[in-house]
Design a binder for this molecule. Structure first.
Ligand code: SAM
Length: 245
């Protein structure tokens, strides 16, 4: 395919991804802090600032590949009492950690946890005001299917937002970043989970993910309008925004 995943069969790719998140579910949140030096918190805050959930009207939010609920809890905090959030992930172990976290929160928000695949959402058409996916879409074998599903479940006027690793556009930073991702990340992975190999695979999936420009084209191909993106931290991540009209 043009995503460069031809070397890994699609089913095999999903299996490798599932294996990683099964292994790390319990330690996922600490791993995120270690591997991003805490930056993922800032990136998620910028993402959720773009969600702008209504504090007065009903607001239905879907967070796909929502894992342990990190984005969902932020949307809940930003929204009002009529904000309803569905957290969907293919991996029930990740969702279980999210549910346990929700139970411990003083204001957990109106959250529902659903096991499902981004490529084939077990959800009806045209129900959501906003769809987010953070560090999830690069793990999905068929990005075009995930985008088509995002479009299907959004209402007209609904907002698509995607936070993902991207192409570093600062000279010099690219080399530091390569060193960090190919050497340091698998080492942290091995130290915390006993196995660095799955993390090496995840780092490769970042490399093979389309550039920010190309990804914007794929979003438009799925039928979205007003596609734009913002690079953060020198392009280590980008947030893509688009609308269903
Ligand atoms: N969004 C969370 C965050 O930012 O902390 C979790 C991101 S984590 C790096 C990637 C998540 O994508 C994992 O929880 C994994 O189970 C999920 N995932 C992988 N493939 C998926 C698929 N096809 N459909 C839905 N979720 C998927």
């Amino acid at each position: 395919t043009h995503f460069g995943y031809a070397d890994v069969a699609l089913g095999e790719k999903q299996r490798l991804v599932d294996d990683v998140f099964h292994k790390v579910a319990e330690r996922y949140d600490i791993m995120n802090d270690l591997m991003s030096g805490g930056l993922h918190r800032m990136w998620k805050n910028v993402l959720v600032a773009m969600v702008k959930p209504s504090r007065v009207r009903a607001f239905r939010h879907l967070d796909v590949a929502g894992g342990t609920g990190d984005v969902a809890f932020r949307v809940a905090a930003a929204g009002g009492p009529r904000t309803e959030i569905t957290v969907l992930d293919i991996n029930p172990d990740m969702l279980a950690v999210g549910e346990a976290r929700a139970a411990k929160r003083r204001h957990p928000g109106n959250l529902e946890f659903v096991t499902g695949n981004a490529e084939d959402l077990p959800l009806p058409d045209g129900q959501f005001d906003c769809y987010t996916i953070a560090f999830g879409i690069r793990n999905v074998p068929r990005i075009d299917l995930a985008l088509a599903e995002a479009h299907r479940v959004l209402k007209r006027g609904g907002h698509f937002l995607c936070l993902e690793f991207s192409d570093v556009d600062v000279p010099g930073l690219d080399r530091i970043y390569d060193l960090f991702s190919f050497k340091v990340i698998p080492q942290i992975g091995r130290a915390v989970t006993g196995d660095g190999e799955p993390y090496r695979y995840l780092v490769e999936s970042i490399r093979k993910f389309p550039t920010a420009d190309h990804f914007a084209d794929l979003i438009a191909d799925a039928g979205f309008h007003n596609v734009s993106f913002t690079r953060l931290s020198g392009g280590i991540v980008a947030i893509h925004s688009a609308w269903k009209l």
